[in-house]
Design a protein around this ligand. Structure first.
Ligand code: LLP
Length: 468
């Protein structure tokens, strides 16, 4: 039986296309399922960035991450425009590169005027390799190594200090190095704000491994104000990820203004506030996140009101979204292989990737939607479970996916895989990581080449005594 939309429209892969307006300019990418340029072409195939997805798979193989440049750039622009529109002071959007750290993505964010948030020496190295100005790189992390801190200082980026151990180590390194100018830091504090998201991706509540305990602010501000070797630019906090509520971020902004006020009492002039990231995206039709603009506006208002009420200068306002910049901009195309029908129980349809290229379903029970790219308007007659190819029963990408009749050789596209997919990919079962292409105006370019078997054994060493 063909399932129908409440309004009587036949369900098909097309149901996930973005609502249309002439250039999809005003749509907030995080509120769509497929990328903004997604359409169905004359062959009934899914097209993204003017490229036929089935042709991309023929050309680049599968699995394949397909990144739509226009969607990414639109999200960057909407963040920047919203801050310009609603904030009277200076602002800077940073791309949280943990969502997907690679040279091309960092280069686009940089080109769009964003700075970059990095959380490891590797992400810092990637951002620098993309040509990002270190003045616009902020280095996070709750356990940066001595080597990472030294690298950060040498690169000239801003270090977001997470805890006492790091603060003392940094003072030591800076004193030994005896550089001319003080090291620029921010302090990360735990705001104690609860929000509704998966337990693993909540970071703002007091029982969190991140940030200074706000009950230690007196000691912290006293210590920092006495160190001439460090220049504390500002304060940082982040409450979690994939958040749809707006109130927690407004509460956060208010709490941060109180901290800023308090810091002034210790002679610390806080010039920057970083309210973190966390805006959620739509993974299924029932997800209803606020738009980028709706997220930005109330944060700006709270900060402006608090600044007027307390007679505080307007801080430079930083934010660091990851998922809402890149999540919707990418899909993953797989080739369908085997299937297994267990009568009256379930049909498994297996694809040529799985938990190694998208570990989110097995890690957070995340729910995804998929379309069959080579038969976009076929009616959704089946309910099947999309399985990966790993030796693990839990390697399921989508449970009970509504799809047309699927055959081996079909191209199955999982939607909204831009954030925390490639960046969390692994070589489990020694699967080479897939390739990624960027598409724009009918052109596709490789941004990450597919790993080869040689890549897989590149780091292997065989001690002499084991050689036969
Ligand atoms: N800033 C800090 C300090 C963060 O820890 C994070 C995310 C962000 C910014 C960016 O948050 P976003 O705008 O992307 O929500 N692997 C998980 C998500 C972990 C998020 C970690 N921190 C997932 O796949 O859902």
């Amino acid at each position: 039986m063909v399932s129908t939309h409440p309004a009587g429209v036949q369900h098909s892969g097309s149901q996930y296309l973005p609502q249309t307006n002439p250039q999809n300019i005003s749509l907030s990418p995080n509120q769509q399922l497929l990328p903004l340029t997604a359409r169905v072409n004359n062959h009934d195939h899914l097209e993204i960035g003017g490229c036929d997805v089935t042709t991309l798979v023929e050309q680049f193989g599968s699995p394949l991450y397909i990144l739509d440049e226009q969607t990414l750039r639109t999200a960057c622009r909407q963040y920047q425009d919203s801050f310009k529109r609603y904030y009277k002071g200076e602002s800077q959007v940073l791309y949280a590169s943990k969502a997907w750290s690679c040279i091309s993505v960092c280069a686009i964010a940089h080109d769009a005027g964003l700075g970059i948030d990095v959380v490891s020496g590797g992400e810092l190295y990637t951002a620098l390799s993309a040509g990002v100005n270190p003045d616009k790189i902020y280095f996070h992390g709750n356990n940066k190594s001595h080597q990472e801190l030294t690298f950060a200082i040498e690169s000239g980026c801003i270090i977001v200090v997470d805890n006492w151990y790091e603060l003392r180590t940094l003072v030591e390194i800076a004193t030994e190095a005896a550089g001319e100018s003080p090291i620029r830091i921010m302090l990360r504090l735990t705001p104690g704000i609860e929000c509704h998201t998966h337990e693993y991706i909540r970071t703002g509540h007091l029982d969190s491994k991140f940030g200074f305990d706000p009950n230690q602010l007196d000691d912290l501000f006293t210590f920092v104000s006495q160190q001439s070797i460090i220049n504390c630019l500002g304060l940082h906090a982040h409450i979690g990820s994939q958040i749809f509520e707006r109130q927690p971020h407004q509460d956060l902004a208010a709490v941060m203004m109180q901290w800023m006020n308090k810091a002034a009492g210790y002679g610390l002039s806080i010039k920057e506030l970083n309210v973190g990231g966390g805006l959620g995206i739509k993974y299924t039709e029932s997800d209803d996140p606020p738009s980028i603009e709706e997220w930005v506006k109330p944060i700006c208002e709270v900060i402006q009101q608090a600044s007027e009420a307390n007679n505080l200068p307007l801080p430079k306002l930083l934010s660091e979204p990851g998922r809402s910049l890149i999540g919707t901009a990418c899909v993953t195309a797989y080739s369908v292989g085997s299937s297994k029908v267990i009568p009256e129980i379930r049909t498994y349809v297996a694809v040529d990737g799985g938990m190694s290229d998208n570990p989110r379903p097995i890690t957070y029970q995340s729910v995804y939607r998929a379309v069959v790219a080579n038969r976009m308007s076929a009616p959704l007659t089946e309910s099947v479970t999309i399985a990966g190819k790993h030796c693990e029963s839990g390697d399921i990408l989508i449970k009970d996916a509504r799809v047309p009749k699927i055959e081996s050789g079909d191209i199955l596209v999982v939607i909204a895989t831009g954030a925390y997919n490639y960046s969390m990919a692994s070589n489990y079962n020694r699967l080479p990581r897939p390739a990624a292409v960027i598409v724009a105006n009918g052109e596709a370019n490789l941004i990450l080449r597919r790993e080869t078997y040689q890549d897989l054994i590149r780091q292997d060493c065989l001690p002499q005594r084991l050689k036969s």
